[in-house]
Design a binder for this molecule. Sequence first.
Ligand code: GLN
Length: 485
Amino acid sequence: MNLYSLTLHELQTKLRKREISSQELTEAVFQRISATEDRVHAFITLCHDTALREAKRADERLGREKESVPLLGIPIALKDIFLTREVLTTCGSKILGNFIPPYDGTTVKKLKGAGAVIVGKTNLDEFAMGSSTENSAFFVTRNPWSLERVPGGSSGGSAAAVAADQCVAALGTDTGGSIRQPAACCGIVGLKPTYGRVSRFGIIAYASSLDQVGPMTKDVMDSALMLEAIAGHDPSDSTSINAPVPPFSRYLDGDVKGLRVGIPKEYFIPGMQPEVEQAVKEGLRTLERNGIETEEISLPHTEYAVAGYYLVATAEASSNLARYDGMKYGLRVPGTDLGGTYMKTREQGFGPEVKRRIMLGTYALSAGYYDAYYLKAQKVRALIKKDFEDAFKTCDAIITPTSPTTAFKIGEKTQDPLQMYLSDIFTISVNLAGLPGLSVPCGFDSDGLPIGMQIVGKHLDEATILRIAYAYEQATDWHKRKPSL
Ligand code: GLN
């Protein structure tokens, strides 16, 4: 077995027993990147030299420290939306094409504190707007399972890197599905924690009331370990929740017998790929055999989620992206006067999808239309949240497909933004409600493409969805399959 193909928890054990060194492991990971990156294109920036220095330090600590440091010596990739001190951070945009942050964001600090080795920064849809990574200003990342297909998005680079064994684990962000949908498309585990569970300080904002950081990993145990390392209150993020962080990895093998799972009827819709529906239903039967009780439920306002999301998200984006004006950081294209410089910088710096969303959001917030669009969308959001609250009166978790289809072909949806927006139809409501959601591999379609099952939990109850996902994983071996790159 190659070192790069092992899971985080397997490697953790080997590192602690000193059977391997972090330097060996990090070298193996970079060799794997060299062997595959010309086909996958997952990374915008690689940090080879600093990674090896970090690995060397980790090895010294492994020899010295008695207390176990959770991620000590583990190579991890970051979506290029995380601010990293002295390392280029583009957010997939030309407007930040030369931006080198002077500090690390909170999650990056925590990873480094936990001993992680940062491998590099992964590709994404520009400002995390998209579902295919095709909106990156730089290049398209390919799905390791089928190179002519997208890896999903917007955290497509992180998902592809984990699936291709180019890192041991990665971080992504999820505003409407950007961790879970690419995880499903690439056959890995993706977890979006409860809104506020993980700090947003030092991640580039898209839609601040929806954005959340989360792990993208090879299996559920790794997801729990990563969440433990990054979760927790942060005074630098005013929306961060001050609640204890349970030792998720220690709760995983708890009994799932008697847990009640709701299956919302609105999530099995005409037009979805039949093989996705079959795989998820088969997954539910596997869980039932493990003692989980399932019942059909209704989340009646589901049909308004996509429309509501694209008003709230674009409204917040139009405000968040106002800061890119060529003055403070990033690209500056000089005009004849100040206004001209603003205009030219934004004209040339932003790609078409970002401009579309700034226009949509600005329109939705403008005087006269605010009540009709933005306020209405906030009301829809409240109703969707209430749907979940009602459902969780009788259920411990909710299970749905992660995405209506498996990975589509590169170019298939780029001309039709509405079709692209529908890729997130099953994940978006979870962000609107601020709940935790996880995608776990649950099968393959007839083209050999991975399928994901989404498990949604109560507010701050990542422990239960991780436990269900772990029980499912123990009963199946979908997560063990690897693409033949
Ligand atoms: N695809 C959705 C969008 O484009 C979600 C993206 C995300 O979660 N960042 O907004």
